[in-house]
Design a protein around this ligand. Structure first.
Ligand code: NAD
Length: 258
């Protein structure tokens, strides 16, 4: 039975993760940490304010849903203590990823960084990658709830990276814009100049359109997470399989074999 801890346990994702782990027959929730609410209870256990609680509870794996500043400290700490890390936290820079690769190295603890745990999102990114070489223009619109602090979303940045990589050296059609009435109206220019637009909307959870265009046609790949429960099967799968995936893995794809 894997012993699981949750970091960011009283947040929206952390609370859902505690409940999902506590409800799984083959996983045991043994520690919950959140600096905001020590003393609260999640998934039937008391929340601690200290990372040390993960080592004290002898966690095999910790699920992290916090903010990049907190995860930047917590993940190397987990690596140092030989505890696997599954993080859904977004807002990582390339330098952060390099640091995580050196923290986990080929040590006993493994790390999964999943910008999106929903299988529909994993497939959306894969389909976008397949479409990329066949079109002349591509743009991404991501839609999230109105408490999200980073933009664009981790899913959008990974999607843009993967589309750009799948496209290779073939150029996109040039952007015709000469003047923006409102600065930023054309979105942010990601890898290969792919425009990424972020919408923050009360009532939404996490959604994305990837739009491809070619002469006389377009293709829109749309993904919707209507509820945080959409992420939980992926989180549980990651906890169950992380011991088989050494080093730092980005994206749930390899875990799903897609
Ligand atoms: P939230 O604000 O509801 O929760 C974040 C929690 O982290 C809070 O309870 C906060 O107290 C805690 N926290 C912050 N700093 C901390 C620290 N130093 N030590 C301990 N706890 C700390 O946010 P959320 O909606 O639950 O999202 C959390 C993260 O997960 C975000 O980065 C978000 O983008 C990401 N997310 C990922 C997925 C995915 O599928 N990968 C899905 C949804 C959200």
């Amino acid at each position: 039975m894997m012993r699981v801890g949750v970091h960011g346990a009283v947040g929206r994702m952390g609370t859902a993760a505690c409940e999902a782990v506590a409800g799984a027959d083959d996983l045991e929730l043994v520690a919950a940490v959140d600096r905001a609410a020590p003393g609260e209870e999640r998934g039937g256990i008391a929340v601690s304010g200290e990372l040390k609680a993960f080592a004290d509870a002898e966690c095999d794996v910790v699920v992290d849903f916090t903010v990049a500043d907190a995860a930047r400290v917590a993940l190397p700490w987990l690596a140092m203590h030989g505890i696997h890390a599954v993080t859904g936290t977004t807002g990582w820079s390339d330098a952060d990823l390099d640091e995580l690769r050196s923290a986990f190295g080929d040590g006993p603890a493994h790390c999964l960084i999943a910008p999106n745990f929903a299988i529909s999102a994993v497939l959306m990114m894969r389909f976008a990658e397949l479409a990329a070489p066949h079109f002349d223009t591509a743009e991404i619109i991501e839609y999230h709830h109105d408490r999200k602090v980073d933009a664009p979303s981790g899913t959008a940045t990974v999607t843009a990276d993967r589309i750009a990589a799948a496209r290779g050296d073939a150029p996109w059609n040039p952007d015709p814009t000469e003047h923006e009435v409102y600065p930023g109206a054309r979105g942010g220019a990601g890898p290969g100049g792919i425009r990424v637009h972020g919408v923050r909307m009360h009532g939404m959870v996490a959604h994305q359109d990837v739009i491809f265009g070619a002469e006389g046609q377009s293709l829109t790949i749309r993904q919707d997470s209507y509820d945080r429960s959409s992420f939980m099967p992926g989180v549980l799968l990651a906890c169950r399989r992380i011991a088989d995936h050494p080093g730092v893995v980005i994206g749930l794809d390899t875990y799903l074999g897609v």
